[in-house]
Design a protein around this ligand. Sequence first.
Ligand SMILES: Nc1ncnc2c1ncn2[C@@H]1O[C@H](COP(=O)(O)OP(=O)(O)OP(=O)(O)O)[C@@H](O)[C@H]1O
Length: 245
Amino acid sequence: MLKVHSLVKSFSVDAGEVRAVDELSFLVPKQEVYGLLGPNGAGKTTTLRMILGLLDPDQGYAEVEGIRTAQDPIAVKSRLGFVSASDGVYPWLSVREMLLYFADLYAVDPDVAHRRAEELSGMMGIEKLLDRRAGTLSTGQRQRVTLVRGLIHDPPVMLLDEPTRGLDVVGVQTIFEYIDHLRDVGKAVVVCTHRLDEAERLCDRFGLLHQGRLQYEGTMGELRAATHREHLVDMFVDLMSTATA
Ligand SMILES: Nc1ncnc2c1ncn2[C@@H]1O[C@H](COP(=O)(O)OP(=O)(O)OP(=O)(O)O)[C@@H](O)[C@H]1O
C-alpha cells in the first residue's frame, strides 16, 4: 500500500515561488492501479520524486508499506519499482548482466535473482534477448527490459511514469498486459500519463491533479457523477478553463 499524506513542495523561481504540490493526499491499496493524472506542470513528477525519496517535501510524507520515505529511504526504495519512458540501459552489459546487476543493488539473493530474471523475461517475451548486449536492442525491446528490471526485486508498489511514450501499438499493448499482471499479482500501482484514453482503460481509480492540488478523485463512475462529463479529456478541459478563467 502507498500512502501520500498532505505533501507540499514549493520551488523558488525568479523572484517568486511555485507551489508545485499543494496538500496532496491519496492512498493506493494493493491490487489497484491508480492514475495520477494532470496537465503539464500539474505536479506529477514532483510527487513521484518525493515518493521515491529523491526530493524532500516541505510538509507531509509518503509511506510505502507503512514506512515513511524520510524515516528509512533505503527500506522504501527496496519496496518501490520505478519505470519511466526515459529509462536508459547500460549499453555494454548483456540484458542478463544488467538484470542481475540491478537485483544485486537491491540485495536480492543471487539464486532468486537468476530465477526471477528467467521468469520475468519469459513473461515479457525477452528470453531470447538475455545474452544480447543491451545497446543493440530496439526501443520496444529496451522497454521490455526496463519493465522486467523494475520488477526484479519484487516490490509491492510500482510507479510508472509515461510508460507508453514513444511506443508503437504492440509496445503499448505490452504495457497494458504488464499493468494487468501487476494488478493480478497484488501490486499497488501508480501510473502517470498524458494519454487520457489509455488511462481510462488501464486504471481502477484516478486522481486529477491541477496546479499541485487534487481536484477530483475516484473511479470513472464517480468522476462522471462529480463532473457530469463522460471522458477524462473533457474533465481536464473543464478543469483547466475554470482554473485559468
Ligand atoms: N527543480 C525545480 N525548480 C523550480 N521549479 C520546478 C522544479 N521542478 C518542478 N518545478 C515546477 O513545479 C511545477 C510542477 O512541475 P512537475 O514537473 O512536477 O509537473 P508535471 O505534472 O510532472 O508536468 P509534466 O506533465 O509537464 O511533466 C511546474 O510549475 C514546474 O515548473
